[in-house]
Design a binder for this molecule. Sequence first.
Ligand code: ADP
Ligand code: MG
Length: 614
Amino acid sequence: MADIIRLLSDSVANQIAAGEVIQRPASVIKELVENAIDAESTKIIIHVKDAGRTLIQVSDNGKGMSPTDARMAFERHATSKINSAADLFAIKTMGFRGEALASIASVAEVEMKTRRHNDELGTFIHISGSELITQETASTSAGTTFLVKNLFFNVPARRKFLKTNTTELKHIITEIQRVALPNHNISFSLYHNETPVYELNAENLRKRIVNIFGKNVNQSLIPIQSDTHLVKLNGFVGQPKYARKTFGEQFFFVNGRYMKHPFFHRAVMQAYDKILPHDMIPAYFIMFEVDPATIDINIHPTKTEIKFENESMLWQLLGAAIREGLGKFNVAPSIDFDQEGSIDIPIAPKSTDGIQQPTLSIDPDYNPFESHKTKATHYTDSSGHKNTENWESLYSENTENNQFLIQTENEAVQANFTDTNINTSLEQGRNILLFKNKYLLTPVKSGLMIIDQRRAHQRILYEQLMIILTNEEGVCQQLLFPQTLEMNKADSTLLNSIIEDLNIIGFDIREFGPDTFIINGIPGFLDHSNAKSIIESTLEDLKSGNLNIKEKAREQIAISLAAASSIKYGQHLSQDEAGRLIDSLFACQTPNYSPTGKTIIEIIQLDEIERKMK
Ligand code: ADP
Ligand code: MG
């Protein structure tokens, strides 16, 4: 019997390879644009007709090719980018497989003109379905232009597989975004049926992001940065309020190459935990720079999934960089392109009429808990100034002077302040309008700031509780009349599971019999008249939370407790109280969002107001 195994012809082999590399017009564009980048181009122009079905043209001003290279470039495994297997571990170029041009030429008609900068004449090549039709010298500008016509003309099955023009164009735009973001120093233009889609000049990353995703994103961008021997990280993450329910503005790049990385995506999501509802996805544009030897870009034919050597370390570094960025930049949006990180904080009105030069009477070492031997924590506010106000005292227990009551329908929150910890420079001339006993309105530099009073107080209490839980140094205030809690089995089991943490915070709660507890004391900064209902509503709130993981449990307790003991809507605050609430809020690490991710601060921009008044 005759032998039956034959070698496939080159053109068939190329078509099979093309199945892997070239799935749709967007893949052709990706490969051609990557080649242009590898050729050190500074300007790349892309024209597409009918979403790339009939024509794709990519022109660059890169280094061009010699006549021999021009022909060689279309051979399978022909590449100028690596020589040996060892080079695979030091790849700095986008391409390296030497497959793309051979694949494209096997499933389309390709015309290429190319000239090196020092050559007088260039080369023209026409290939159709892997077959060389023409090669001749030609006069052409320096660089390379590819024309890819009638994609899949010889593979009808593939042609049929293409989606609508809208979908194919969307794929093209996605590819351009992925390549244009990390290569923001290169100018890119994309035209579809002669209409410009992008006309991007060389620019910094921030401007590139804004020019691709629109002006709205600008105010939301928070720079992140980290520089260690393992990785250099930089880029931007979006403010929580810019987050969406759908994907589309999440980008990781490693050494200038787009990558998908579900594991790192989770690291980002975790950094937003508690400042973003769980179904919202923040925008991010994050560049990793690593030693090429520590990644394997070879695991996926279209090369978007990348394996790192030190994934868990990078996870930590990434999370830390994002948290740091979010922490630093937590007050209000920046307005300016170049002032990355500029922040708007509430200030006193410009007019000095009737206002004395403020005198600062702060005792930076004032400690409301001194007598109880706890340490006060000093915060740095977002403008970088140390906020010396001890906001812990905002709702602290009774001490000597300046005590007053906030009356509500069914409760009285006691609060007191001592002169020593009032920052008069902020107090002077500040105007706070209490709106519907729900919002605090105050003018700031850029417009009108609105603060949700209840959420603000929740944020303040939450951060305070977390510090106490972490340092395990809560201060208990004994109740004059201990209160008894009788509850059902489920609630008593729940309370038992958190009783240790509650007592660390400063409660003094003991089991007193079957399903009965006695509250002997509660933390000094909480409302005493309400001990029982605080515990009850905390338990109620906790039932919906997740108490399985230890540190999560503490967070959940802090959230629930903050919600249960915060001031309520409808509660009237005095000017002083409102002022101190605002100061305390701005001393928080994350003043913008409540512990459950709801907006606390909104600024109506001046120009918006002026537009409305026209
Ligand atoms: P790879 O990019 O993996 O090397 P390709 O098939 O994409 O493989 O390209 C083959 C070769 O053709 C490249 O290695 C490069 O030398 C050359 N080449 C392709 N496109 C260009 C271009 N726009 N400018 C200069 N050289 C190019
Ligand atoms: Mg290539």
